[in-house]
Ligand binder design. Structure first.
Ligand SMILES: Cc1ncc(COP(=O)(O)O)c(C=O)c1O
Length: 385
């Protein structure tokens, strides 16, 4: 799984560096080191933004991004019906109302559905790039027209671009995750990026109980203007992040190369449909998605891949954590989702997801493994007929 495959000596060296000073400090405030600050600076440089603020997870990152952008109780926030549940949890934790909408053919926010969902209470649209770009120009135009914010939860899409612009940097604020399944891995961890100083300040304050981090004041005297939580990143995590960030271009180019080889070898298969892209050049390498005839075919395909030694990624095996239509433990806290059949709210998305196969493309793949995976896909396609 991307960066997790390459954890090694370089990460250890950064951690050892933390322990090499006279005084060991594993806490990001006070006492020297400040790997977290250095990581944020390097990450901001890499993304080409003014500000980056690192936090304890990707869930924390979207939570801080939304809080920093001023999302407040009662605000409606439009997002997609296909996402890991974290952004919807974050919206709900802020007392705002998640408004998932149907996917387009690229498995992202459908601009037509977004526009239909806008009400006077809509404050933001959260685009969730799934290893590839959503239709960012259309989404940005809609947000401009309605004076609402475009936010990107790019947890899954570090390194993906849209028309040459890095995802996560197009909206007012973007967030990323560094968990075990992501392009960069730090154990746990996440980060927000933005060019907006006010959003950055407020997000950073939210991640640290509201501390305003005023220079020259002792921490105990630091003032606050809003509430927050402890979503801080530790120095150890940041040290790992510094080493991983230096590997990012290698990770991205290797997975892209592997994915291209696999796609080129399965393109001819008539009974699987590779997903189309808003900008294929901007798509990332570590995941491949295709659709088959129906749910039954998808489950047979999954079983066949398992027999060949390959697991799937999210679809179909973890659909329950990635589709709003089954979140009856969360969504009914909002009036609009009470006593309704959630599945029926997003029928197109439900059908798309249930008919889809999503595969992880490793960084480290020798030719024999590429061939074995291609063979598994080709024979899987034969099996479903
Ligand atoms: C879109 C999205 N946001 C947030 C997260 C949460 O990230 P983490 O596991 O680091 O909390 C994920 C994780 O898969 C995700 O896909």
């Amino acid at each position: 799984m991307a960066g997790a495959e390459l954890i090694g000596r370089e990460e250890l060296a950064e951690i050892q560096d933390l322990f090499s000073g006279e005084k060991v400090n594993l806490y990001r405030y006070g006492g020297g080191n400040y790997k977290a600050r250095e990581f944020e600076e390097r990450f901001a440089e890499y993304m080409g933004v003014k500000y980056a603020h690192a936090v304890s997870s990707g869930t924390a990152a979207i939570h801080c991004a939304l809080a920093g952008a001023g999302i407040a109780p009662g605000d409606e926030v439009i997002t997609t019906a296909w996402t890991f549940i974290a952004p919807v949890e974050a919206i709900s934790a802020l007392g705002a109302v998640p408004v998932p909408v149907e996917l387009d053919e690229t498995y992202h926010l459908d601009p037509v559905e977004v526009e239909k969902a806008i009400t006077p209470a809509t404050k933001a649209v959260v685009a969730i790039p799934m290893w590839a770009p959503p239709k960012m120009v259309e989404l940005a135009a809609i947000c401009d027209r309605h004076s609402i914010m475009l936010i990107e939860d790019a947890a899954q899409a570090l390194g993906a671009t849209y028309r040459g612009r890095k995802l996560g940097t197009i909206g007012r604020v973007g967030s990323f995750s560094f968990d075990a399944g992501k392009t960069m891995h730090t154990g746990e961890g996440g980060i927000i990026v933005t060019d907006d100083k006010d959003v950055y300040d407020r997000a950073a304050e939210f991640s640290d109980h509201g501390h305003m981090h005023l220079v020259g004041l002792p921490r105990g005297k630091d003032p606050r203007r809003a509430k927050g939580l402890n979503l801080r990143l530790s120095e150890v995590t940041a040290a790992i992040g510094l080493a991983q960030l230096r590997k990012i271009d290698d990770i991205l180019s290797r997975t892209k190369e592997n994915k291209k080889k696999i796609k080129d070898a399965i393109r001819h298969l008539g009974n699987i449909t590779l997903r189309p892209f808003a900008d294929e050049d901007g798509s990332q390498g570590d995941t491949l998605i295709f659709r088959v005839r129906d749910r039954e075919a998808a489950l047979r395909f999954e079983a066949h891949l398992m027999e060949c030694g390959f697991g799937t990624k999210i679809l179909p095996e973890a659909l329950d954590w990635h589709f709003a239509g089954v979140w009856s433990h969360l969504l009914p806290e909002f009036d609009r989702y009470r006593d309704v059949d959630l599945e029926m709210l997003w029928p197109k998305t439900g059908a798309m997801l249930r008919n889809s196969i999503c595969l992880n493309i490793p960084v480290l793949m020798d030719d024999a493994t590429v061939e074995k995976l291609v063979e598994a896909i080709v024979t899987g396609a034969e099996k479903i007929g």
